[in-house]
Write a protein that binds this ligand. Structure first.
Ligand SMILES: *[C@@H]1O[C@H](CO)[C@@H](O)[C@H](O)[C@H]1NC(C)=O
Ligand SMILES: *[C@@H]1O[C@H](CO)[C@@H](O)[C@H](O)[C@H]1NC(C)=O
Length: 451
């Protein structure tokens, strides 16, 4: 769904955790953080499927942070529990506000958060990507990432949402990928928990597969941790084949990252949520890890499950339909047939106008943003900040491949979570160890290593 007038994206570069200890001690939830192995998410040793809902009270036109207000979030969490959700997605947060109470309440309810790190004023502008990718923008993104990585129930960050919305705007892809690289590097440099980072693509057929491949090609430090796209092609009454979902499974088979639907729930006809059964069946789980239904509140676009018009949320028909669909749909037993190998694919070939990207060259991080990697981003400007799209300093050129890797600065404070730089002489041995480690824990483990 069009979340805002402008498209959104995320952030940054180099160093060593100074806040790690305090971050750890501020966790008091019992929820297990989600990790990536091969092309799937895991909760400990158990496969994790997103049973989620997009949570955007006020709709895409009203910019609002729904988890800055404990009374409201606690009210809504009761409805999330009744639906049987384990995940919500939020499109905008105010990084000048405190989120401890809502995040704790969500964790207590067993609910994870998928968070867009952009806001309408701090985002990549698809009309002017090179100007909007600047240090002021990255500071805001990093402030959000640093704030939310400390919560064990932050499942994932979206580095961008629907930035590319047709063939022509595919030339924005290098900026989306640069932001993804920067956020992942920021997380490693600051020693934060490795919350998975990826992009949420619009529901467009012309370059969906290319974008997915692009976000998973090139050096490991430039690749994403997962890929997500919006999909409104299952319009009830429909089926696995009528919707074309069978073809999407086929086309994404062999893709090396976890994949999920960041929005679904076509409302052309009355919704029966027949797609829920398909999404969590073994026909799809080898390739997909669930998805997020659009959306919690009734807005002019008419996708809501509840009406917030009165004193308290009023359940609409779709609420009960979805609740029944979730309740009647178990996850597959075992690991759902996931692919434990995972890994990179070749970059897609330029095919203008649908895919207008030459190669895997990315813009280097804007110079003044590098300091945030080391010193931290400081306080976020929040939703009342001035905005970043014409601010700050832009990138001065193309990054060299691998430049997003974390450089070891001082060995003493180099936490295990920070990136490693391996001396060439010991590389073969470390590589052998890595094979063992990655066999045991999945390929996501090696993303952080620069060889
Ligand atoms: C699957 O891939 C084929 C070949 O690239 C393409 O023609 C088709 O449109 C794709 N189908 C879907 C549903 O993405
Ligand atoms: C598993 O993933 C790897 C790496 O992406 C790929 O080469 C392989 O074909 C996949 N296997 C299956 C059965 O999809």
């Amino acid at each position: 769904m069009k979340t805002a007038v402008l498209s959104l994206v995320a952030a940054a570069a180099l160093s060593v955790p100074s806040t790690y200890a305090s971050v750890v001690s501020s966790r008091d939830s019992k929820i297990t953080p989600i990790t990536v192995k091969g092309n799937a998410f895991f909760k400990g040793n158990e496969r994790f499927y997103i049973r989620g809902l997009d949570y955007q009270p006020g709709g895409s036109s009203k910019v609002e942070d729904p988890i800055a207000e404990p009374d409201t979030c606690k009210r809504d969490i009761e409805y999330f529990k009744e639906l049987g959700l384990n995940t919500i997605r939020i499109y905008t947060v105010d990084n000048s506000k405190n989120h401890d109470e809502c995040m704790k309440a969500l964790a207590d309810a067993g609910i994870y958060l998928v968070l867009d790190v952009n806001t309408p004023k701090y985002s990549i502008n698809r009309a002017e990507p090179e100007i909007s990718y600047n240090d002021v923008y990255l500071q805001n993104v990093f402030a959000t990432v640093e704030m939310f990585a400390k919560y064990d129930n932050t499942l994932a960050f979206f580095s961008g949402n629907e930035v590319i919305n047709d063939g022509e705007t595919s030339n924005t892809a290098p900026y989306v990928k640069a932001v993804t690289r920067d956020v992942r590097q920021f997380i490693r440099s600051r020693g934060l928990r490795k919350v998975p980072v990826g992009y949420s693509a619009a529901d467009i057929d012309t370059n969906r597969l290319e974008m997915a491949q692009y976000m998973n090609c090139g050096p490991d430090d430039e690749r994403s941790d997962f890929f997500a796209f919006n999909d409104y092609s299952w319009c009830d009454p429909s089926s696995f084949t009528t919707s074309g979902w069978d073809q999407k499974v086929k086309n994404f088979t062999g893709y090396g990252l976890p994949l999920f639907l960041s929005e679904y729930g076509c409302n052309t006809n009355k919704r029966g949520f027949g797609e829920v059964k398909a999404l969590y069946s073994e026909k799809m789980t080898p390739v997909y890890s669930g998805g997020l239904v659009y959306e919690y509140t009734q807005e002019p676009s008419n996708y809501g499950l509840v009406d917030l018009g009165g004193d308290k949320p009023k359940k609409l028909d779709d609420f009960d339909t979805l609740k029944k669909a979730f309740a009647g749909t178990k996850n597959p037993s075992g690991d759902g047939g996931y692919n434990s190998t995972g890994g990179a694919n070749p970059c897609p070939k330029k095919n203008a106008p649908n895919w207008d990207v030459d190669d895997d060259a990315l813009p280097a991080i804007p110079e003044p943003a590098k300091k945030y990697m080391k010193d931290g981003p400081g306080k976020g400007p929040g939703l009342s900040g001035k905005g970043s799209q014409n601010a700050g300093t832009k990138s001065s050129g193309t990054a060299t491949p691998g430049s997003g890797s974390v450089t070891a600065t001082s060995s003493s404070s180099q936490g295990a979570a920070a990136g490693l730089r391996i001396e060439t002489s010991i590389a073969p041995m470390v590589c052998a160890m890595l094979v063992v480690i990655s066999t045991m824990f999945g390929a996501s483990f090696i993303f952080m290593l620069q060889m």
